[in-house]
Write a new protein. Structure first.
Lengths: 453, 279
């Protein structure tokens, strides 16, 4: 079955038909040829084709056998305006990451994917124009905006929601969900002010029931025998009134890269309000809620060491409590989070990196499902060999509260200029109650190949 | 007329007594005519290489089996007094397309350079250490320091002396030997010594030989296709052969332009993220 949402389809049609109609209107073949040549000179194409095979080590069952085609087309519409188009076709022969044809309810109508059967999906990843008005730089359209300095763990990189179909194992470039955004960058002396307006009500995409990486550890267990009523998600729908806005001020000051950030946004995971009535009957009413983020980043290099960090203060966050006497099953507190990262380049062709990530609730209500202070650490060792044709790395992420985490050893080889192959392992450890430990049985070996064009 | 053996020996010594001091004096005169290492270095470093430049750079990397990888880049460089700012954007292959590398090179030797790397896969600008200057630049056979100096000499890192003269590609060149000032610098740079053949007509290098820290031959760099662009002598081809690994890199410069002013905004983080169009 072929299902296209209207917006992407209309975009495709416009892009395909407008140039064709213009060319078709010309009488002279020579003029047509000349126009075609001029167009061709202003169009730049590139892209990648990636094939990755994942097998679970526990039982040898395949987890993914995925082909991804990601072309990138850049067009100089005029000397002042550039257009970028990045569609994505993804086909998975095993259909275990997102079984069936999920409707992706967390995505807005304009961002949903088109499905061809259960195993092939087509998505408009990015479509934006870039132009300059004086010194002001404008990027308008579906795009990714990345804030922050941390790797793998996020404090400020929250502008775009994330697709968790592979938990956090997929590259952020692939798992970040681009949003329709007006992105304005204004130089003010040595500072740069970035303003964002995001009239796109798209949120995190969580793997659905039965998926390989369905997240279960963060939700409370329901009492046996209770009747459970699950209401539809109450999601924001007003394009203007429910849009997100953000601002970032960046500077390079005495060797330091610093930013100040502000973001007014809807949380990307709905708050699940719970009521208990006679029966007992439990009614779950998920609803997206507003929050505000104030924060900043910094980085500098000192000899062989690079220091980088992020700080963020989040207002009015909701957390689930496992307390039947609580009226709605959630509590509201502010939250402070930071990450400190150290990169050491002391050995030749080698990067050693360590990060400390902490998330602290400003209040300590009883019955919280999580600890008041959550601490994660990560370590990365990467070394290049043979003129950077071979890259080996080991990433270790560990949660100090639950004692769970994961290890990711990987070897990549640049077989040719435009062909890369790799082999790696994703190894989880810990208990089922931990964010990482819940995937203890999802350990996998991966092999992949990417061809660039 | 016939001479006895004894007479022949006497004549040989007499001729030797007359000629050898003359030859020796001639040799001393030539050597003393050579400019000192410091004088040559000063000439090379004073050579005009433009206040700003825009250029394409193609890097062909060839391993010992002949397998070739090609990187196409577009770059800008501009001087701000003695401070030099350089940015390189990768255009191909697609796996590293849009990667950007920005450097602020400060004249004060005690101030570390500032360097940023934009990785499109992460969509983040990453601050990187400039202390690993002996590391090879993005898989090529030149180090970060070699790339930064662009054929000029470092007075802080080496002492220089002139050790001879020789023709390279038909051009008479002085041979300048650079020796690291101390062991720490030697280890940091990865070179035990460097000999450079400088053409005094244009004060540019036509050839360099590098030795590793154990004084084994390491690399040979040959600079060819040197011609004037906008009145400035410009090398268009650098060929580096690593004798230890058998790997080599050919750097080819094209579309070199010293006349179009490079905007300050090019050397910023926001420009690093935006990149450049295909050029």
């Amino acid at each position: 079955m072929l299902r296209f949402s209207r917006w992407p389809l209309s975009v495709w049609l416009v892009l395909l038909l407008v140039p064709a109609s213009r060319v078709g209107a010309q009488d002279s073949e020579a003029v047509e040829q000349s126009r075609f040549e001029r167009w061709r000179e202003r169009v730049y194409t590139s892209g990648t084709v990636e094939l990755e095979w994942g097998v679970e080590t526990r039982d040898g069952h395949g987890q993914k056998f995925e082909l991804q085609i990601l072309p990138e087309i850049e067009v100089e519409l005029s000397s002042e305006i550039d257009l970028t188009l990045i569609p994505r076709l993804r086909a998975d022969g095993l259909d275990r990451l997102e079984p069936g044809s999920p409707s992706h309810p967390a995505l807005s109508e304009t961002s949903r994917h088109a499905h061809i059967g259960d195993r092939v999906e087509l998505e408009l990843r990015e479509l934006y124009i870039e132009t300059e008005l004086g010194d002001t730089y404008l990027t308008i359209g579906k795009q990714q905006v990345v804030w922050g300095k941390a790797d793998g763990l996020k404090v400020l990189d929250v502008i775009n929601p994330q697709d968790f179909r592979e938990f956090i194992l997929d590259d952020f470039e692939d798992s970040r969900i681009p949003l329709w955004t007006v992105n304005v960058e204004i130089p003010i002396g040595d500072l740069t002010l970035q303003l964002l307006w995001i009239p796109d009500q798209t949120y995190h995409n969580l793997a659905g029931p039965g998926a390989a990486y369905e997240i279960t550890s963060v939700f409370p267990a329901l009492p046996p025998g209770a009747t459970v009523i699950r209401n539809e998600i109450d999601r924001p729908r007003r394009v203007i009134g429910d849009s997100d806005i953000g601002a970032r001020l960046s500077a390079f000051w005495k060797g330091w890269d610093v930013t100040l950030n502000y973001f007014y946004f809807y949380e990307d995971i709905p708050v699940v309000f719970r009521t208990i009535s006679a029966g007992p009957t439990i009614t779950l009413s998920p609803k997206y809620k507003r929050s505000q983020l104030v924060g900043g980043t910094f980085s500098n290099a000192f000899g062989s060491l690079t220091l980088r960090g992020e700080l963020g203060y989040l207002f009015n966050r909701f957390h689930t409590v496992d307390d039947v006497t609580d009226l709605d099953g959630v509590v509201e507190t502010d939250e402070f989070a930071y990450v400190l990262g150290f990169d050491w380049f002391g050995f030749s062709d080698t990067l050693l990196s360590a990060q400390l990530f902490q998330n602290i609730l400003t209040a300590d209500p009883s019955g919280l499902l999580r600890d008041r202070v959550e601490t994660n650490v990560s370590f990365l060792a990467r070394r290049n060999f043979r003129n950077e044709t071979i890259v080996t790395e080991m990433l270790w992420v560990h949660n100090l509260n639950d004692g769970d985490g994961f290890l990711r050893p990987k070897v990549a080889y640049e077989l040719r200029d435009n062909v890369n192959v790799w082999c790696g392992l994703d190894l989880f450890y810990g208990t089922r109650n931990g964010l990482f430990g819940q995937f203890n049985e999802r350990d996998r070996v991966l092999i992949g190949v990417e061809w660039g064009f | 007329m016939k001479f006895s053996v004894r007479e022949r020996w006497v004549m040989f010594f007499l001729m030797g007594a007359i000629l050898i001091p003359g030859i020796s004096r001639l040799a001393q005169a030539d050597a003393s005519d050579w400019p000192t290492g410091d004088e040559i270095v000063a000439e090379v470093n004073a050579r005009d290489d433009g206040e700003y430049v825009t250029r394409k750079l193609t890097m062909e990397m060839i391993d010992r089996r002949g397998k070739k990888r090609v990187r196409e880049t577009f770059g800008y460089r501009r001087y701000y007094g003695e401070e030099k700012r350089t940015v390189i954007f990768f255009l191909s292959p697609s796996s590293i397309k849009d990667t950007g590398f920005l450097t602020y090179d400060y004249p004060d030797a005690d101030t570390d350079d500032d360097q940023w790397l934009y990785l499109p896969a992460a969509r983040k600008v990453r601050r990187i250490s400039s202390s690993d200057r002996g590391d090879y630049f993005l898989g090529t056979d030149l180090s970060y320091e070699d790339m930064k100096k662009e054929g000029k000499f470092s007075l802080e890192d080496y002492t220089h002396k002139t050790i001879g003269e020789e023709e390279v590609d038909g051009h008479r060149c002085y041979i300048v030997e650079g020796t690291p000032v101390d062991e720490a610098t030697m280890k940091e740079l990865g070179y035990g010594k460097v000999q450079t053949w400088i053409d005094p007509e244009i004060w540019m290098s036509r050839k360099s030989e590098f030795w590793d820290v154990r004084m084994n031959p390491l690399k040979t760099l040959r600079t060819t296709d040197i011609r004037q662009v906008d009145g400035i002598w410009t090398a268009h081809r650098l060929e580096v052969k690593n004798h230890k690994t058998g790997h080599s890199t050919i750097f080819t410069f094209a579309d070199v332009d010293y006349t179009t002013e490079v905007d300050d905004d090019v050397f910023t983080e926001r420009a690093l993220v935006r990149g450049v169009r295909g050029n």
